[in-house]
Design a protein around this ligand. Structure first.
Ligand SMILES: [Zn+2]
Length: 216
C-alpha cells in the first residue's frame, strides 16, 4: 500500500505549470555557513549519487536556494558557481532531499506504473522531479551551462540516479519515461529555456544515439 505523504505547498494545483530548475548562480559569502556545516544523512545520499554521476566530489546541501522565485514557479535546485574554478556545490530544496531519502528507503513505492489515482501520480511526479534535480545539477557541476542541454542530459540520467538509490533498471526507465511524457512535455510552453527540439531520440542532445531506447 502506498503511503500518502504530506506534500504541503508543493501539492498545489498546477504544480508543474511554472516548473523550472534553477540556473546556476554565483556563490556568495552568505552561502558559507550552509556549506561549512557537516552534511545530513539526506545530503550524503544526494552527494553520493552526484559523485557517481559526475565522477567528482560535489557537496550537496538541503536548504534555501537563495533566489527569489516567481509566483507559480517551483525551483528545486541550484548550482553555486565560485569566483574562480569549477562548481563544487549544489543546493536542493529540503522537500527534494526528503524525496531522495524516501525513494532510497522504498524505491518501488515511486514506480509510476503502479499508480491508480491522482494523489499517487502527484507523489511520483515529485519523486521523479527529485531524481531529475540531482542529475540536472550534476551536469551543471560538470560545467554545462546551457539549461536546455543540461535538462535534456539530466532527464537521460534519471535512470542512473534511480538505480543508484536502489531501484531496478526497468523502474528507473519507467520513471524517466514518466518524466518525459508528463514533465518534459510541458516545458516547450511553460519553461522554454529548459526545452529543446533536439532533446529526442536521435536529436543533437541524445547521449546514446546508437540506442533507440528513450530517454534512457
Ligand atoms: Zn539548471
Amino acid at each position: 500500500m502506498r503511503a500518502r505523504l504530506l506534500l504541503g505547498v508543493l501539492c498545489g494545483a498546477g504544480l508543474f505549470a511554472g516548473l523550472a530548475h534553477a540556473s546556476a548562480r554565483p556563490m556568495r559569502a552568505s552561502d558559507a555557513a550552509l556549506l561549512r556545516r557537516a552534511p545530513t544523512p539526506e545530503e550524503v545520499i544526494a552527494q553520493d549519487v552526484a559523485a557517481r554521476l559526475t565522477r567528482l566530489r560535489p557537496e550537496v546541501r538541503c536548504g534555501p536556494l537563495g533566489i527569489s522565485v516567481p509566483a507559480g514557479a517551483l525551483v528545486t535546485g541550484i548550482t553555486l558557481i565560485p569566483p574562480h574554478g569549477p562548481a563544487g556545490y549544489f543546493l536542493l530544496l529540503p522537500e527534494m532531499c526528503n524525496y531522495l531519502a524516501w525513494f532510497r528507503a522504498d524505491p518501488l513505492r515511486y514506480d509510476p506504473s503502479a499508480c491508480t489515482d491522482s494523489d499517487c501520480r502527484k507523489t511520483d511526479e515529485l519523486a521523479a522531479l527529485a531524481l531529475a534535480t540531482v542529475s540536472h545539477e550534476s551536469y551543471h557541476v560538470l560545467g554545462y551551462r546551457n539549461e536546455a542541454q543540461v535538462e535534456c542530459y539530466g532527464m537521460q540520467s534519471i535512470w542512473f540516479v534511480a538505480t543508484s538509490l536502489g531501484s531496478s533498471v526497468a523502474e528507473g526507465q519507467r520513471i524517466a519515461q514518466y518524466y518525459w511524457t508528463h514533465i518534459y512535455a510541458e516545458r516547450e510552453k511553460a519553461t522554454p529555456t529548459y526545452w529543446s527540439a533536439g532533446c529526442r531520440d536521435g536529436g543533437k542532445y541524445d547521449l546514446r544515439p546508437k540506442s533507440h531506447s528513450w530517454p534512457s
